[in-house]
Every structure is written in C-alpha cells, then in structure tokens.
Design a protein around this ligand. Structure first.
Ligand code: ATP
Length: 243
C-alpha cells in the first residue's frame, strides 16, 4: 500500500483572533499535482505556510510520508523532504543564482537533484548562473526559486502563486518547467494558483478554499467551471460539488 506523501487532518491556523484555515483535511498521493484555488483572503497562503512550518498550526495534524511533522520547525521539514517556493520568491538578492542554488543544496537532503540535474530541468537558468538574483526578471527569479527548492531534493514541493506579477510568456515558461516535473511523477506538487483556468488545465486535483474551509474538491474533468466559480465566490456552499 502506498503511503500518501501529504496527509492533512483537521488543520487549523490563525492570525491572532482571525482563523484563516478551518479544519482542513486532504491527502496528496506521490507524484500527484494538487492546486489550491480561492479568492483573495481565502486562506491559501496561510495553509501553505502552515504546511511548510513557517506558520504554526493551531490544531490538527500534518503528516509527510506517514510521519507526523506538525510540531517540526520549517528547517527540519526541509530535511524530511518538504520544500516551498514562497510568494515573492525570496532569493538572496546579492548572491548569484549559482550561490543561491548551492546554499539550498547544502541545507537539504541528498538525492537526484544536484546543480546539473536542476539545470537540465530548468535550462533557462544556465546563462544566469553568475548573475546576482536581484538582477533577474520576475520569470527568471521564479525559475531560480523553483530550482533552489529542488536542490533540497523534496518529496513535496509547495508553490505559492508562481504566476504572480509575471508576464504571460514568463508564466508559460514557469509552467513548462512544472510540466516537466509533473511528467516525471517523482515530485509531488501542491500549488496555489489564482488563475482558475490554468489550475484546471494543469492539476490532477483541485481544492477550492473559501473563508478557510474547503468548499469544493475534485478532478478537473469532474468539475464544471461554473461549479468552481460558484464555490470560489461563495454563491453556493458545496462540498464535493460535481456536475
Ligand atoms: P491571497 O490570494 O490574497 O494571498 P490567500 O487565500 O492566500 O489570499 P491568506 O493570505 O492566507 O489568504 O489570508 C487568509 C486570511 O488571513 C485573510 O483574512 C487575511 O487577511 C488574514 N491574514 C493573512 N496574513 C495575515 C497576517 N500576517 N496577519 C493578520 N492576518 C492575516
């Protein structure tokens, strides 16, 4: 029996009095691509940050490959195979792309991803290796942030709004890189995506959050766009709303 890479049970997370994630439960299988969608403020970023361990869980449980990691700090989750590409792609701006990748490799796990493998998967990084990260365009920075996350050899890669602030061409470039990862089915992806059409086109499964709760979940082929839009904007409170 294969163990889910990620298992989230009744997870709750708050910002002071404001509960941003409410009793959220879902599983992600190895190699699967799950998209989290929802309107601004729905709780997607808080959920991702809680999974990564940079925001505390107020209740509930997170398991990575069968192990309870709920109480572990972020850096220990990285060592166990969880990496996050945060919104805003925080790279070390005055360090070169090569140095950013090297540092990430030193703090992660050993595995198939090293500099050569990352450059093969993300060839656009090759000519940028010696450039300071601060000098990159938005799309280049996003590719470097994905490469940096891969250097830690994650089982599970969390990506927060990879398209944010990028030109349509740059977004296509980032998704081409993600498509290559998806095709291998070795790295499990959970991504927050504002663009509903892109989420439905790319992911194996979609979860829609509203006010911190999962209001719709399913495979793109089983969900109508109308059902997702309704859930997204709160026109209907439906869980498992299939056509
Ligand atoms: P967006 O797409 O705008 O990033 P989101 O779905 O990722 O939205 P979150 O950023 O997780 O949603 O926000 C969920 C709720 O928590 C919102 O009501 C937001 O105002 C609140 N919130 C988020 N970050 C903080 C914070 N640092 N302090 C207080 N409240 C916060």
């Amino acid at each position: 029996m294969s163990v889910d890479v990620l298992k989230v049970d009744a997870l709750r997370a708050a910002h002071g009095q404001l509960v941003a994630v409410r009793e959220v439960s879902f599983d992600v299988a190895r190699g699967e691509v799950l998209a989290l969608v929802g309107a601004n403020g729905a709780g997607k970023t808080t959920l991702l940050r809680t999974l990564a361990g940079v925001h505390p869980a107020a209740a509930g449980r997170v398991a990575l490959c069968g192990d309870d990691i709920t109480a572990l700090p972020a850096h220990q989750r990285v060592r166990r195979g969880l990496a996050m590409v945060p919104e805003g792609r925080r790279l070390f701006g005055d360090m070169s792309v090569r140095e950013n990748l090297r540092v990430a490799g030193e703090h992660g796990r050993r595995g198939r991803w090293d500099l050569a493998a990352v450059l093969e998967a993300l060839p656009t990084l090759q000519p940028l290796l010696e450039r300071p990260a601060a000098a990159l365009s938005g799309g280049q920075r996003q590719a470097a942030a994905i490469g940096r996350a891969l250097m830690s050899n994650p089982e599970l890669l969390l990506l927060d709004e990879v398209s944010l602030g990028l030109s349509p061409i740059a977004v296509d470039g980032v998704y081409d890189s993600l498509a290559a990862l998806k095709q291998e089915r070795l790295t499990t992806l959970v991504l927050v995506e504002q663009d509903l059409d892109r989420a439905l086109a790319f992911a194996d499964r979609v979860l829609c959050l509203r006010e911190g709760r999962i209001v719709l979940r399913g495979r793109p082929g089983e969900l109508t766009r109308a059902a997702v839009t309704a859930a997204y904007f709160g026109m209907e409170a439906i869980e498992e709303g299939v056509r």
